[in-house]
Design a protein around this ligand. Structure first.
Ligand code: FES
Ligand code: FES
Length: 175
């Protein structure tokens, strides 16, 4: 779907959660504001607006970025993923979402979208991380509620689930 319109500003295009999006924006529009206000993707939370808390983390071409520190124009031509794009089926959550739910990896939920996207980046590169590696991957995401232990457990559990699913898919394709 396109949100492009004639008017002042600059034309940008990107893929957001697998969907081509284009719009005309003020060059100073932040990526976080573009996602939340222009596209209505309010799952990307904004806390500090200074690159400190990690709440606004999204993936840009698979890499975690703080969307409050980027202009929307810097995502031009890129592939952006937000928490809304994680579940690939309407009737099932992503294993990370399931694991956060099951292991009490969230309380108020403010940090959760950014936390989950940082975890997704980690598991794409390292499907079997140690707890140390998990803690390192989420070091830039601040949680005021959980004390982190349940978050680490949730990511460890999601990693196990995703490895099991990948193994099962491999067996099916061999068969
Ligand atoms: Fe972007 Fe805090 S809102 S890092
Ligand atoms: Fe409240 Fe993390 S669950 S900030």
């Amino acid at each position: 779907m396109s949100t492009a319109a004639e008017g002042p500003g600059m034309e940008i295009s990107m893929t957001v959660n697998g969907e081509a999006r284009s719009a005309r924006v003020d060059p100073r529009t932040l990526l976080s504001d573009f996602l939340r206000h222009d596209l209505g993707l309010t799952g990307t939370h904004v806390g500090c607006e200074h690159g400190v808390c990690g709440a606004c983390t999204v993936l840009m071409d698979g890499q975690s970025v703080r969307s409050c520190l980027l202009f929307a124009a810097q995502a031009n031509g890129m592939r952006v993923e937000t928490i809304e794009g994680l579940a690939t089926r309407p009737d099932a959550m992503h294993p990370l979402q399931d694991a956060f739910w099951e292991h009490h990896g969230l309380q108020c939920g403010f940090c959760t979208p950014g936390m989950i996207l940082s975890a997704k980046e980690l598991l794409a590169a390292n499907p079997a991380p140690s707890d140390e590696e998990i803690r390192e991957a989420i070091a830039g995401n601040i949680c005021r509620c959980t004390g982190y232990t349940f978050i680490v457990e949730a990511i460890r559990s999601a990693a196990e689930q995703m490895r099991a699913e990948a193994g099962a898919a491999e067996v099916r394709s061999d068969g």
